[in-house]
Design a protein. Sequence first.
Length: 644
Amino acid sequence: MEYQLSTNIADLPFGVFNELARSLEYNDIWQSLFNDPYDTVYHLRSDEMERLKRLPEPGSHLLRILGHRGQTVKEFILKLHTMAKKHGAVMDRPQLILHRKFRPVIWARNEQVIVTVIGDGNKVKLDCRASSFPSPSYQWYEEDKEIDGATNQSLVILRCSCTARNVFKCKVFNEVPDGETWSSFYRMPNKEFKSKLISDVVDLTQFALDSAAAGCEICTQNMVAEIYRHMNGVSVNERVVPEVEGVHDPMMSTQQILVAADKVALIISNRTYAPNMSNLLTPHCDAQTLAENLQQMGFKTVTLGDLTLEEMKFFITEYRKLLGNDVYAIFYFVGHGFQANGQCYLLPIGAPAENYGPEDCLSMDWVLSVFKDYSPALNLVLLDICRKFVPTNIDKFTAYAEKFQRDLKVCRNIVYGYATSGGVGAYEVKGERNGVFMKYLKNRITRKMPIFDMLRKVFRDVEKDDKVRDVQVPELTSNLTLPRSLHDPLDSAGHTTSHYHHNCHWQMIHQLPDPVRVEFKEQKLVVTIWFSFVGKFTNMVYIFSSVGDLTEGEKDEAVAPSEYARSHLAYITFSDDIEANEAKLCEDDDEGVSLRVMVSNLQKVKEELKCSLMLTNLDEDSEDPVVATKPVSLGHVLITQIYC
């Protein structure tokens, strides 16, 4: 089903509608969108706003509201474009989903960079403005070198002589992200999907003050050094060169541009260990948090919860297919674990409570052996586990590790980030959404800095936490030689074929099925079954069912179900080997009642997902509430695609 700019926003194809709804929920941007008291279309009463905040997925409801208010795709894009002027790039994703036309960067005014004296007169602000779609990004340069962290429209610097002798310029650029469901629409041959402009150089000579007036420590050091040399008759033309944090690292000043051919991540969170051992509280939230942040940095994420040993091995082997030369790869595990003979072991769901051996858990030796023939530019391993030694039979673990030592192949570019040190635990704090390690990692991982610097800052944050500083001490080991960052840009040049296959592989397991329509002709009713993501997980899914009227010809979606249809519910049940929670009632003023079930552990389903659909009557006087049943095939759902 195609759509036009004139299409009502509520009549979008299911896949587009669903993805658009989820994009409005990210960072709660819908609250900014519907907070305009001067625009009746985009305004909600305070009680309506509070009611929507309590819904698990308010995006779909909001789009239907816009549809009832007559909003077309074109009008919605124009509203998002206006909002982007205030809120920036966060408004890009909904527009990209709707395939708004790419616009290359252009200068927003005739003067590319405006210089203004600010503060007490000892600083100047360089301000650069451009417009584009997607929204422009900025990078400031000093003497043709990138200024670390200078990625805003404005740059503030001291009016000192050491700065004024240099020249500044700003690069403005935009690019349609890769690896998204809508990326292929933009990133086609002979189609423009990225652009850049570089401003004229800015000469600040006329703005320079003397060293004392500017308050520049470097200028003062140079001035003192010159006086000292003059008094001692030393003729030296070198100036004092400041070193960052007291250490000069030649690696950090390299002119090599670091890029990633692709960015992939496998995230496994094991939480449900009962009855053999205690359940954990935060792993699924930790996995969700990390996946959200990594996706914002261009990573393709596969997020799985509660895996057995065989499932962990299978998906790690499948994840290997996403690796390749110059790829940035992340493997994150959160759950129970331990250390034996210097090696970390990850505990799967279903592991025995005690007396377990190497055959009951996943060795990181095994994981690295799977990766050994691949050469990613970055292989980041984050282990959010305890590293206490629990098993009693150390000899079995020592013997198990020896076979990996005999066939040892050292992998380059590995960074190991441990949530804690050997011999001690990693902790959750009751009442907090994330475990200790993720609590601080999520605040640092979004910063543009080398991985070493980012992890060290996380470790310092943990050290400052009085609750855990004495019991949890994170650790870092690595053989990475370049200052790579998770924010390094993507550049698949020279890797086009492998990049294409990575994309296909990733998109395959992130594809929701189309809605399923089941007719009950005798009752003149139709049940619609549709699907929604459970956060960022690829082995869990929400499945909804709603009852409507069976009519001849094409159904008008704007017509609400009749009272007769509303008096029925459609229950979805599965066989005992499929894990599904109890159905939850979801009420909507316009569309009536639907039932929602969450299906977990989809990785156990090696074929199309099948269910039984039971149509029931809500009439209390009815002797048998079950009106009719039908077997239904729902097709492959998310991770089950991997078995096709």
